[in-house]
Design a protein around this ligand. Structure first.
Ligand SMILES: [Zn+2]
Length: 315
C-alpha cells in the first residue's frame, strides 16, 4: 500500500513541479521579486516534501484503516482526526514549521513597539508577541500576518516591510493585524475549515462507492481508488474556493475598518496599501470575476475606496 501511495504521490508531484517552478521561481525572478538562487529554491522544495510526505502518507494510512474498520461512520472519525490535526498544526506552525524556512526574532524596532503598545492600551486588548520575519533573503515582497494560537500566538512582520514603510504606515498595518488577533480570525478560519472537512469527507463517503464501482475498484476501502479520492477532494476544494475567499475578504475588510478606526490615519492606510501593491507587484484593480474567485484580500482599489468612505463617514 505504501509503495502504491508513494507512486501516486510521485506522479502528482511530477505534474505539479513544473507549475511550481514556473509560478514560484521563474515568474518571481522575471519580475525581480525573488532573491532566491535556484539551489535555495530547490532546498525549500525538498524541505517542504520532507515535512509533507510523511504526514500525507500517515493521513492516507489512517483514512483507509478507518474505511476498513468503520465503513459506515469512517467520515466522522476521519473529520475529527483531521480537525484535531489542523488545530495542532496551527499551534505548532510558528515554532516548528515556519522556522524551517525563515528566521524569526522578536522585533527590536523601539518605535514600532511603542506604537503597538499605545494601540493596545487605547482599545484595551491583550497584546501578543511581535516577531521580525526574514523574508528579505528570499523575496522583495513585504507581508505581515497573525499566526498561532495560545502560547504560540504572534504577529509576524517581514523585514522588507520594516525597511520600506514609515512608522505611521507600519502602525496601520499592525492595527490591522491586531484586529485579526483580538477578533480571533484564526479560530474563525479553523471553524470554516472544520465545516468544509466534514462536508468533504461526507461527500467522499456518498460519492466514492458508486465511482469506485464504475471504475471497477473493489469497494470503498480498496486503496486502488485513492487517486479517485484525491481527485474528488481536489474538485471539492476548487468548488468551495470562491466561498472561502469571499469569507476571507470579509474578515480582511473588518480588519481594515478596525485599523482605520483605531489609528484614525487614513492617509497612512492608503499609502501603505499603495506601497504594498508596488512592492508585491499586485494588480490594484483586478478583473472582478478573477477577484471574486481567487482573491483572499480585497483589491487595493477596494481597500483605498473603503478608507475614503470611512473618512467621509467620520467627517
Ligand atoms: Zn489581514
Amino acid at each position: 500500500m505504501l509503495v502504491y501511495v508513494l507512486i501516486v504521490g510521485v506522479i502528482f508531484k511530477v505534474v505539479q513541479l513544473p507549475l511550481a517552478y514556473y509560478s514560484s521561481y521563474h515568474v518571481e525572478h522575471r519580475f525581480g521579486l525573488s532573491r532566491q538562487t535556484l539551489s535555495n529554491w530547490i532546498k525549500d522544495e525538498l524541505k517542504g516534501l520532507a515535512v509533507s510526505v510523511p504526514l500525507v502518507v500517515a493521513a492516507i494510512e489512517v483514512i483507509y484503516q478507518l474505511l476498513r474498520t468503520h465503513p459506515a461512520s469512517w467520515w466522522i472519525y476521519a473529520s475529527l482526526a483531521f480537525i484535531t490535526f489542523v488545530i495542532a498544526v496551527t499551534n505548532l506552525a510558528p515554532v516548528l514549521l515556519l522556522p524551517l524556512f525563515f528566521n524569526f526574532k522578536p522585533v527590536e524596532n523601539e518605535d514600532l513597539r511603542k506604537r503597538v503598545d499605545r494601540l493596545a492600551r487605547r482599545i484595551d486588548i491583550p497584546l501578543c508577541g511581535i516577531f521580525e520575519w526574514s523574508l528579505g533573503d528570499k523575496t522583495r515582497k513585504a507581508n505581515a500576518a497573525v499566526v498561532g494560537w495560545g502560547n504560540t500566538r504572534r504577529i509576524i512582520v517581514s523585514d522588507t516591510l520594516l525597511q520600506h514603510f514609515s512608522g505611521e504606515e507600519i502602525e496601520v498595518i499592525m492595527a490591522h493585524e491586531l484586529c485579526h488577533h483580538v477578533k480571533n480570525h484564526i479560530w474563525q478560519g479553523i471553524a470554516l475549515q472544520s465545516v468544509l472537512t466534514v462536508i468533504a469527507f461526507y461527500a467522499a463517503h456518498r460519492l466514492l462507492p458508486p465511482l469506485s464501482a464504475a471504475w471497477g475498484f473493489g469497494g470503498l476501502a480498496d486503496i486502488a481508488n485513492f487517486p479517485l479520492f484525491a481527485l474528488l477532494v481536489t474538485i471539492l476544494s476548487l468548488l468551495v474556493l470562491p466561498g472561502v475567499n469571499y469569507l476571507s475578504r470579509r474578515l480582511e475588510r473588518t480588519a481594515d475598518l478596525h485599523a482605520l478606526d483605531i489609528t484614525g490615519d487614513a492617509l497612512a492606510f492608503v499609502s501603505s496599501m499603495e506601497k504594498l501593491a508596488d512592492l508585491n507587484l499586485a494588480n490594484k484593480s483586478p478583473n472582478k470575476i478573477i477577484e471574486f474567485i481567487f482573491y483572499s484580500h480585497p483589491s487595493v482599489e477596494d481597500r483605498i475606496k473603503l478608507a475614503a468612505d470611512r473618512v467621509g463617514q467620520n467627517v
